[in-house]
Design a protein around this ligand. Structure first.
Ligand SMILES: *[C@@H]1O[C@H](CO)[C@@H](O)[C@H](O)[C@H]1NC(C)=O
Length: 86
């Protein structure tokens, strides 16, 4: 069976380009999520939890185990800014 040598260069180019693009997308997505897997099918509850994590840690994927809230946590929300609201 003859080997189509002239087709191997474009085949190699396509493979390399798709591989590079996929790898860069993978690295970029991981970097945006602090090395964790990206979240899919995010609903309103997840949005609220991610906003809470952002206010607690400064990043939507951040987590911490301490029980103290950072300075200004009570008033950093878009929604709960009134006096006396906990
Ligand atoms: C990146 O690639 C690894 C290894 O194939 C895979 O396990 C991971 O799910 C990928 N991450 C993303 C964000 O696609």
């Amino acid at each position: 069976m003859p080997v189509p040598w002239e087709a191997l260069i474009p085949f190699a180019l396509l493979t390399a380009m798709f591989g590079t693009a996929g790898t860069l997308l993978n690295v970029s997505t991981k970097a945006q999520n602090q090395g964790k897997a990206p979240r899919y099918r995010i609903d309103a509850w997840d949005q609220m939890m991610m906003d809470r994590d952002r206010r607690l840690t400064g990043h939507k994927r951040g987590q911490k185990s301490t029980t103290e809230t950072p300075e200004g946590y009570k008033t950093s929300s878009v929604w709960y800014t009134g006096e006396g609201l906990e």
